[in-house]
Ligand binder design. Structure first.
Ligand SMILES: C[S@@+](CC[C@H](N)C(=O)[O-])C[C@H]1O[C@@H](n2cnc3c(N)ncnc32)[C@H](O)[C@@H]1O
Length: 310
């Protein structure tokens, strides 16, 4: 059996979380449970709330973490504050976000996340959600498709690929990952490195859109900062520049004391600094991990601590 998911920068995540016995921690993206397991190994006496929107991930993590008995919550992390409040938790000591999809989700052809695995166009992390990649590709007009590819994939061929999709589906519905990959190749050329990158970017853009990933991230980060207890830590692992930019900006804003424009002489916003950023530059994987885990290549870890009297 192939490994479900090898956790990235696991020791560093645990270190930044500053685990302490009796502390309340949240794994916002439990996936295969690798990070959480590491946390329990380092400090068995934590209370852990583990979120994922994918049922299969929760089933797997349930087995991996069985003896530690965390509380599993099937939910998008955008609802973390409400879900925790329902369980009478309003102050936490640390939270980890390990963003994106797991290796298992990518490996499982039928989920439709990979352009090199033939499958129905799906890409929903939560299989109960309504919008799938197939709907987007077959029902959205070329302008909207272009916007999605440009905004979430930052691809220069966005407009041409959107038009080619519109043209193709006027003959027949685009049903599979292979059909979409072929259309991208027709525009970007087949077999070149650039064409491969374009496929990565277009599939990434679709996945981000279908799962509303960036909006959920912004929303959840703000809520997470608000429910951290003084001295509590937030750790985020991101895998592409769009995510990292959001994390960096939200941390930076939460660190500032005043958000008034520079021409305002006396502060009128009353914004108070909530966070101390612990990673001025993102932490990256070391050579050994880079060799062992391909996913770690694009990983960036940022961490911050909540201010206030402990
Ligand atoms: C990179 S994997 C996490 C791997 C995990 N840290 C481990 O060690 O196995 C990301 C997981 O987060 C989940 N996920 C992504 N976005 C989510 C969201 N907005 N809400 C809840 N779960 C999410 C995915 O379903 C996936 O299982």
């Amino acid at each position: 059996m192939t490994q479900y998911h090898l956790p990235v920068l696991a020791n560093q995540c645990a270190e930044y979380l500053n685990l302490r016995p009796g502390g309340i921690y949240v794994d916002a993206t439990v996936g295969g449970g690798g990070h959480s397991l590491k946390f329990f190994e380092i400090e068995p006496k934590i209370r852990l709330f583990a979120f994922d929107q994918d049922d299969e991930a929760l089933t797997h993590a349930g087995k991996v973490l069985e003896k530690h008995n965390p509380v599993f919550i099937k939910s998008n992390f955008r609802h973390l504050r409400t879900e925790l409040a329902l369980r009478k938790i309003s102050n936490i000591d640390g939270i980890l976000f390990d963003l994106g999809v797991s290796s298992h989700q990518l490996d499982e052809a039928e989920r439709g996340f990979s352009f090199d695995k033939e499958a129905a166009l799906d890409m929903r992390m939560d299989r109960e959600s309504e919008l799938s990649a197939k709907q987007v590709i077959n029902e959205y007009d070329a302008r909207e498709l272009r916007r999605i590819f440009k905004e979430y994939g930052e691809d220069n061929l966005a407009g041409r690929i959107a038009k080619a999709i519109e043209q193709e589906r006027s003959n027949k519905k685009i049903e599979s990952t292979g059909e979409l990959a072929k259309i991208i190749e027709q525009v970007a050329g087949k077999g070149s490195k650039e064409s491969l990158k374009t496929k990565v970017r277009i599939f990434q853009a679709l996945r981000i859109y279908v799962n509303d990933e960036l909006d959920a991230l912004s929303f959840a980060l703000q809520d997470a900062i608000n429910i951290l207890a003084p001295g509590g830590r937030i750790v985020v692992l991101s895998y592409h520049s769009l995510e990292d930019r959001i994390v960096k900006n939200i941390f930076r804003t939460a660190e500032q004391d005043c958000l008034c424009p520079p021409e305002i002489i006396k502060c009128i916003c009353d914004h108070k600094s909530q966070l101390k950023v612990l990673t001025k530059k993102p932490v990256l994987a070391g050579e050994e991990e880079l060799e062992q885990n391909i996913r770690s290549r694009s990983a960036k870890l940022r961490a911050a601590e909540k201010k206030g009297e402990k």
